[in-house]
Ligand binder design. Structure first.
Ligand SMILES: Nc1nc2c(ncn2[C@@H]2O[C@H](COP(=O)(O)OP(=O)(O)OP(=O)(O)O)[C@@H](O)[C@H]2O)c(=O)[nH]1
Length: 593
């Protein structure tokens, strides 16, 4: 049975040494990659078995053991869990195995745990690379390539120190449900996570790390790697539009093969498309690259596992993280399309029920956050890809009227568009934005917990405060853009960013800023005289000196003030509310109902 090479990814906290480790494994900078026998793919490097054997020396047979011979390993070049979350595949991960990098002197850090959670969710086996041993105070440097040899020459106290650091990791992993051991003590690699102390700087320990990786895949993943009758499939990592190439997608071919006459199916936001490659590209070997712009060489056919660039005019707009199905049989296209559409349906969510609104950067992260929210039993009303827009906030706002804890937007690694920001300020819709999946979900859960403790106070303080204020005659500081003028607050508290109306109920605009004694203040209490700025009005036109103004709650806010919070209002504020409701109902009979 033909066996493909396993796909390996590297994860870990910022600065733990992921890139340095990848560089060292690939031999970048040491000698030309090709010279080292390592071939480049798009987004990945292939280390053939012979190279690994040579690097591991006598260790190779010892750790790798079994008869199955994987042809090498395909290491994904970009580290980090963002890439890993996109290496998704039906029923789990496109990555077969992972290296979790931990800084020996820092132990577990937030993104180490984050990485571990995504590995756990996708059921991916991993090896811990306990990096930067050369930075352990007192560590004696040597040229030994093997970590076991390097440990032997250390003073007893340093050895004890390293042992302690290893057991700290063992302890943390056991809390998370894994049993682990220093690799030289592991008896069963399928049951225990191997920890390999190493240094990406000196390279010590890398032979052991590679030997453990190969051994683990040979013994426990061979069924997964057998090719035989496997369907050809892959995953999109990135989509570009490059000069001279046009729309193209960088893909990892996970199983099977892809040829120029095959049909590929990929997902766009509005549906699944099928196309034939215009070109299948691999990087040129360094010594053939005369012109740096001429980076790729076209091939007729490639076999899994491989990192490739596929060009085709139909690939513009394909979603990163999309599955790729490949077939040479035209009769299969319809079936595969249906399968893929069903898969996509389960990723995007759009319901009428109450739930949070979720926006993410890729399909992979969308899936990861969705499953994390589901595990915590948080209902989701909408889950989609792209920046947070005004419609997202409006949707959340509607939900908030029924359930303030679900009327929020969760944004993972995407922008919040300015009009969404304005809408969120205006209606007090919370947007939780983060670049770490679990801290996004944790941040939201913590807020829900805290908010539930004083929900009434929180709900009340988010409403537009009731206030009446007067434009003081003789205090015009600027006529327009913005208009700046003096006011005296007569009733209630006036806050920044609050909408207000005139005596007759006409909306004037928003209080942009408040200043007291030339200092910006967030709010001004009854009795205080302050300067305020308002955009989009001109003094003498929409507003005049001596006029009285009232804050203008949204209709649903006025309703809440009347029904739920009436007892919190003082007699003067109540009068202000009654006046607002009365004049608003002249033009909008449904106001506050
Ligand atoms: N002394 C020592 N320094 C190391 C080692 N590995 C990495 N470093 C240094 O640690 C710093 C971070 O290493 P990177 O490889 O950039 O770490 P990373 O995890 O890829 O970081 P991000 O890409 O920012 O997440 C760099 O200054 C490296 O030179 C090591 O084994 N020993």
């Amino acid at each position: 049975m033909k066996v493909r090479q396993p796909i390996v990814t590297v994860l870990g906290h910022v600065d733990s040494g992921k890139t340095s480790l990848l560089d060292k494994i690939r031999g970048t900078g040491v000698q030309g990659r090709e010279a080292g026998g390592i071939t480049q793919h798009i987004g990945a490097s292939f280390l053939p078995r012979e190279i690994i054997k040579k690097r591991c020396g006598p260790l190779y047979g010892k750790i790798s053991g079994s008869d199955v011979q994987v042809p090498g390993v395909l290491v994904i070049d970009t580290p980090g869990h963002e890439v890993f979350t996109n290496l998704r595949a039906r029923g789990g991960s496109a990555a077969d195995i992972a290296i979790l990098v931990v800084d020996v002197n820092r132990g577990f850090q937030p993104q180490t745990s984050e990485s571990l959670r995504v590995l756990q969710a996708r059921k991916v086996p991993f090896v811990v690379a306990l990096n930067k041993v050369d930075q352990i105070p007192g560590w004696r440097k040597s040229d030994a390539p093997f970590i076991t040899g390097a440990i032997e020459i250390q003073d007893a106290s340093i050895r004890a120190d390293l042992e302690q650091k290893i057991y700290d990791v063992v302890g943390t992993l056991s809390v998370l449900g894994y049993s682990s051991e220093a690799f030289y003590n592991v008896k069963d690699f399928a049951k225990e996570v191997a920890i390999v102390p190493m240094s990406a700087r000196s390279g010590v320990g890398i032979p052991e790390l590679l030997a453990v990786l190969v051994g683990l895949t040979q013994q426990y993943l061979s069924a997964r790697l057998e090719q035989g009758s496997k369907e050809s499939r892959g995953i999109v990592l990135e989509v570009n539009d490059e000069v001279g190439i046009g729309p193209s997608a960088n893909m990892i071919l996970i199983d099977g093969e892809l040829g120029m006459n095959d049909t590929i199916l990929v997902a766009k936001r509005d549906g699944v498309v099928s196309t034939k490659p215009k070109a299948i590209l691999l990087p040129k070997p360094l010594d053939e690259m005369r012109d740096p712009r001429d980076k790729f060489r076209p091939v007729e056919r490639v076999e899994a596992a491989a990192g490739i660039k596929v060009a085709s005019p139909d690939l513009g707009g394909v979603l990163p993280g999309s599955a790729v199905y490949i077939t040479s049989d035209a009769a299969e296209v319809g079936r595969l399309k249906k399968e893929m559409e069903a898969e996509m349906k389960s990723v995007f969510i759009e319901t009428e029920t109450d739930g949070v609104t979720l926006k993410c950067d890729t399909i992979g992260s969308l899936e990861a956050v969705t499953s994390m929210l589901r595990r915590q039993q948080v209902p989701i009303a909408k889950a989609d890809i792209g920046p947070v827009n005004r419609r997202d906030v409006m949707g959340a706002r509607a939900v908030k009227e029924n359930d303030r804890h679900l009327g929020v937007v969760l944004a993972f690694n995407v922008r919040v568009l300015p009009d969404a920001e304005t809408e969120s300020d205006d209606y007090h819709v919370r947007i939780f934005s983060d670049k770490i999946i679990y801290s996004l979900v944790d941040g939201y859960s913590k807020w829900v917990e805290e908010d539930a403790l004083h929900e009434e106070d929180a709900a009340f303080s988010e409403l537009t405060p009731l206030s009446r204020f007067v434009f003081l005659g003789g205090f015009v500081f600027r006529n327009s853009d913005p208009a700046v003028f003096g006011i005296r607050v007569d009733v209630g508290t006036l806050r920044q960013k609050t909408a207000f109306m005139n005596e007759r109920g006409k909306k004037v605009g928003h209080i942009h800023q408040l200043q007291e004694d030339k200092k910006t203040v967030k709010s001004a209490k009854a009795g205080s005289e302050v300067a305020c700025s308002v955009q989009g009005v001109t003094i003498g036109r929409q507003i005049n000196e001596g006029e009285t103004f009232y804050t203008l709650p949204h209709s649903y806010e006025a309703k809440m003030l009347l029904r739920r919070f009436a007892q919190r209002l003082g007699p003067e504020e109540r009068k202000v509310l009654d006046h607002i409701v009365e004049v608003q109902r002249r033009s909008d009979p449904a106001y506050a109902y």
